[in-house]
Design a protein around this ligand. Structure first.
Ligand code: ADP
Length: 492
């Protein structure tokens, strides 16, 4: 959290690492190719980064396999694995200022958000899973007959991890945490838009003393490096966060090798405000739940259902809040909204805004590009949105709030569930029974009551329906990184 003692404008960090990490060594792509990573606030190139493809993925998978099967990681005591993870978390903390600035530079998010959310949550996640490393164990099972039966939970193997660009460091921490605690090895592909903090985390992992090959980082594009990882016979599992359409491609590509798959995908999360809610809190929560991170959150409250009797007041007040958001230089501590991550996202969002207008929704604030440099989009609010409009059905992933009015409880539950997605939901009410009934009825992996976007490394997160498969965070995520082995021994 920015304090009075902090500068109002932060320094732009030096980019220290642009090569890929394979088997403990930093190297160029086998092809020698690089790609540009762009500052979304200025549209200028920050750095050229090694562009991995199938050849590099193959080398990384081999290094990860070697580290998994032999070498110090394979025989390391679980508690020592945990110690290494703690060391990495501490090193990230030691380099907090640099990493927060690097995240802001590469992604465009306000540095105050990176400092208040991304960094602390990533550090906390690694500490949390460090604590699990020596607490993963099987059961003894009383089977029939004269036998001793028990289960072991063994590390799953070489894990391919493919992450998006909206929370680059945090997504890396969510994936490294349970994999390392379980004793797996990793080949990670950061998103092509935001490779820099993940590479820096790789450097810090080497500094912490992770053995070569335990963590490999190969930047590159999805259809080349990503697809090669999914198809590689030496990779045991893919953990993917991104769009559901990409997950469909990954599922098909993984069929040949029957890889274990976990997915954390998109959403169109209902945020339900009843008339009996604390409206001050609901309005603040609705703003945060949608506009945080420029609307680039898979769990964004992008279908805002407001009970008819408070609709008018709610709209008036949320418009006031949205239009007072501070857009501009992400390195200025006063900025609350940065640019979208790249030109594609920027154009996609403006396209949805046009569609919303065409289909008859009322754009009551925003609706345009902000400024003439960088991928900034004005905080935008639509009212009069109906369930069938594109802005109400599709994930926009931008600062576009859609307000839908409702009359009663049963109606809003049915409409909230009328989506292919099921990642998150929220309800605002002072009525405890209503809150519980919503929590039980909405088909979503997370339900927030009188709050939004409350995350903790200990609380599982993931989607129903087309929002995902499996859960990240908490004890639940460990199941994604272990295989259970049943051992039955005759006592006769
Ligand atoms: P977004 O549209 O938000 O960028 P994507 O699902 O396209 O979401 O990207 C998320 C991650 O998936 C990125 O790291 C991207 O490079 C990767 N990716 C994209 N296409 C593929 C693919 N065919 N196979 C594997 N990974 C992919």
């Amino acid at each position: 959290m920015a304090t009075a003692l902090e500068p109002t404008t932060f320094a732009v960090p030096e980019v220290r690492q642009t090569q890929m990490l394979i088997g403990g060594k930093w190297q160029d792509a086998a092809s020698g190719k690089t790609f540009a990573t762009v500052n979304p606030a200025t549209e200028e190139i920050i750095a050229e980064v090694a562009e991995g493809d199938a050849a590099d993925i193959d080398l990384a998978a081999q290094a990860a396999r070697a580290a998994f099967e032999s070498g110090p990681w394979a025989t390391m005591d679980a508690r020592d694995r945990g110690k290494l993870m703690t060391k990495l978390a501490n090193l990230i903390e030691d380099n907090f200022d640099e990493l927060a600035a690097l995240e802001s530079l590469d992604n465009g998010k306000p540095i105050s958000d990176a400092r208040a959310a991304d960094l602390p949550l990533a550090i906390d996640c690694l500490h949390y899973y460090a604590g699990w490393a020596d607490k993963i164990h099987g059961d003894t099972i009383p089977i029939r007959g004269d036998y001793f039966c028990y289960t072991r939970r063994e590390p799953l193997g070489v894990c391919g991890q493919i992450i998006p660009w909206n929370f680059p460091m945090l997504m890396a921490a969510w994936k490294w945490g349970p994999a390392l605690a379980a004793g797996c090895t990793i080949v990670m592909k950061p998103a092509e838009q935001t490779p820099l903090t993940c590479l820096r985390m790789g450097e810090l992992a080497m500094e912490a003393g992770f053995p070569p090959g335990v963590i490999n980082v190969v930047p590159g594009y999805g259809p080349t490096a990503g697809a090669a990882m999914v198809k590689h016979p030496g990779v045991d599992k893919i953990a993917f966060t991104g769009e559901h359409r990409t997950a469909q491609i990954i599922m098909a590509d993984a069929a040949q090798t029957l890889k274990r798959l976990t997915f954390e995908l998109g959403g169109k999360s209902p945020n339900i405000v009843f008339a009996d809610a604390d409206l001050d809190a609901a309005i603040a929560g609705a703003e945060f739940g949608l506009f945080f991170n420029q609307g680039q959150c898979c769990c964004a409250g992008s279908r805002l259902f407001v009970e008819e009797s408070v609709h008018e007041e709610f709209v008036e007040r949320i418009v006031e809040r949205a239009s007072s958001r501070v857009l501009g230089n992400p390195f200025d501590a006063k900025t609350t909204q940065g640019p979208q991550v790249d030109q594609d996202q920027f154009e996609k969002i403006l396209g949805y805004i046009e569609k919303g207008k065409e289909q008859g929704a009322a754009c009551v604030t925003g609706g345009n590009r902000f400024g003439d440099k960088g991928y900034f989009v004005e905080p935008t609010i639509f009212t009069g949105v109906t369930d069938d409009m594109a802005i109400a059905t599709d994930e926009i992933f931008g600062p576009v709030m859609n307000i839908l009015s409702f009359k009663d409880f049963d109606e809003v539950v049915e409409r909230a569930n009328n989506t292919q997605f099921g990642l998150a939901a929220a309800v605002w009410t002072r009525d405890v029974q209503k809150a519980h009934r919503i929590a039980n009825s909405v088909r979503a992996g997370t339900v927030w009551v009188n709050c939004y976007d409350v995350f903790d490394a200990a609380a599982p997160f993931g989607g129903f329906k087309m929002s995902g498969m499996g859960r990240e965070l908490g004890e639940a995520a460990l199941a994604n990184y272990t295989e259970s082995k049943t051992v039955t021994m005759s006592l006769g």
